[in-house]
Design a binder for this molecule. Structure first.
Ligand SMILES: NC(=O)c1ccc[n+]([C@@H]2O[C@H](COP(=O)([O-])OP(=O)(O)OC[C@H]3O[C@@H](n4cnc5c(N)ncnc54)[C@H](O)[C@@H]3O)[C@@H](O)[C@H]2O)c1
Ligand SMILES: [Zn+2]
Length: 461
């Protein structure tokens, strides 16, 4: 197993992320600076002051060589200038993968280092080294926690973080990205999100000899993640798993929150388990092969998150979202699932914004309207309901509709559908009790309200 080297400017979060990553992956963690201090018996500023930078770099290189020689597949937090030396860089790139952290702003660095506001703790070093850091292809944009999962978002980071031994991959992803020998391939399409596919995964786990201490790696869209996560949840009463979402929808939604499962002929996602992945790796490189419609699917959930989290609106259009935009969107879900991991406190229902109507639209059109399209329609229809109930201003549904349209999402109800017809279908929704359905009504940016509505009483709808 290869090492994972975290590199980047001082105070960019290498040590914090390194410790968390090592824990999530069950690997050894090495903080190179701490190792040097331990070996030398004095602090790094002292070594610099007493012996000079050249002497420090020598000691640092020797420490790095001993870490690499151990070949234990460690997660290593490097110093801010460790790889300025070409041969050290070569060594790290040979023995492992180098992930470079995005450089925080001077203000953020000052805050993290506990310096007085307005000071530049690194002087001009970070500007001077910017081209050096930019020369690394793998960039970690940010990381955060979502319930029990560690989420890492970046570009070009997947390969470095992927344990190649127990991969369950979507068939298209395996082909497009040449994934190394997966133990199981999940056929593409919602129609394969069945118990039969889960059984195949269990059989593959048996063949691969997966035991209680092993970790399954799922790589694909929401279908693959839901299935592999469920298979992991049930295999030997639960083994650890990590996921690499490859569609925009799965990056901002299905990757996180711990819901796993499969469909039955009687309904979607009827069987499942809460089983959060240890680690979620969101790599925007996967988006490059996605068709425009699949990007729009994910955009619909991103607009939903903008509403829930009152996020700053990002540019519209067909361009791929940036790692930062995806992280911002996903952090809305992360915050909610952290506060309500098992859907018990009622907070998590906020994520259902627009979805009560969306699910009815999907059912009533025999799933010919895609989920993302249905979410756009659902959010706007529910915004109209909010207006009818006096909870939102008249202009709100149009404002929301135009935001969805910026990403090519239509918001008109399909021919022949009406709120009346949908009400009958909604009474069959999972979030109901009798005729009362609890909506997460979008009432404005940052204003989603939990509203129980009696759908048997026409006046109220
Ligand atoms: N667990 C949750 O919390 C949660 C949340 C939302 C959705 N979901 C589930 O997610 C599923 C939908 O997920 P989805 O939209 O990702 O669909 P999907 O997994 O079916 O993927 C869509 C298509 O894209 C292909 N694909 C995947 N990555 C690709 C890539 N990088 N390049 C090219 N093609 C690629 C797949 O082969 C597939 O054909 C549904 O089953 C839904 O129930 C789960
Ligand atoms: Zn959704």
């Amino acid at each position: 197993m290869k090492d994972i080297y975290l590199y980047g400017a001082p105070a960019s979060g290498k040590t914090t992320l390194g410790g968390r990553l090592a824990k999530a992956l069950g690997r050894k963690f090495v903080d190179l600076d701490a190792l040097i201090v331990e070996r030398e018996g004095r602090g790094i500023p002292e070594i610099f002051k007493e012996d000079g930078e050249a002497a420090f770099r020598k000691v640092e290189k020797a420490a790095l060589e001993s870490v690499a020689a151990a070949e234990v597949g460690a997660v290593v937090a490097l110093g801010g200038g460790t790889l300025l030396d070409a041969s050290s860089r070569e060594l790290c790139e040979k023995c492992g993968s180098v992930l470079c952290m995005a450089t925080p702003s001077q203000e953020e660095i000052a805050r993290r280092m506990g310096a007085a506001p307005g000071t530049r703790p690194l002087g001009d070093k970070s500007a001077e080294r910017a081209p050096h850091y930019a020369s690394f292809k793998s960039r970690v944009e940010t990381s955060f926690e979502a319930g029990e999962s560690l989420v890492v978002v970046g570009t070009g980071i997947a390969r470095g973080l992927m344990d190649e031994r127990r991969i369950v991959a979507d068939e298209n992803v395996a082909r497009l990205f040449g994934l190394p020998s997966p133990i199981a391939i999940v056929p593409s399409g919602e129609r394969h999100k069945t118990l039969e596919t889960v059984s195949r995964l269990w059989a593959a786990f048996a063949r691969a000899g997966i035991g209680r201490g092993d970790t399954v790696t799922a790589v694909g869209g929401g279908v693959t993640l839901d299935l592999a996560g469920f298979a992991a949840a049930t295999w030997m009463r639960g083994v650890a798993w990590v996921d690499f979402p490859t569609t925009l929808l799965s990056m901002v939604d299905a990757s996180t929150g711990g819901k796993t499962g499969f469909d039955l002929p009687e309904g979607k996602n009827l069987v499942g388990a809460f089983h959060p992945p240890r680690l979620v790796v969101v790599d925007t490189d996967f988006l490059r092969t996605l068709p425009a419609e699949a990007i729009a699917e994910g955009r619909a959930e991103m607009v939903k998150h903008e509403v829930i989290g009152a996020l700053a609106r990002t540019p519209g259009g067909a361009a791929l979202p940036t790692a930062r935009e995806i992280a911002q969107s996903l952090s809305v879900k992360a915050e909610i699932v952290t506060s309500d991991p098992f859907e018990r406190t009622g907070r998590r229902i906020l994520l259902n914004c627009g979805h009560t109507v969306a699910h009815a639209v999907e059912r009533l059109t025999g799933y010919s309207v895609s989920h993302g399209m249905a979410v756009a329609i659902g959010c706007v229809e529910e915004a109209r309901l909010a207006v009818r109930m006096g909870l939102a201003p008249e202009t709100w549904p149009d404002e929301l509709a135009s935001r969805f349209r910026e990403f090519g999402l239509k918001t008109e109800l399909p021919e022949g559908l009406s709120f009346e017809k949908m009400a009958d279908s909604m009474r069959g929704d999972k979030k109901r009790s009798g005729d009362v359905v609890t909506f997460a009504l979008p009432c404005g940016w940052g204003d989603v309200r939990k509203v129980p509505i009696d759908l048997s009483r026409k006046g109220e709808r």
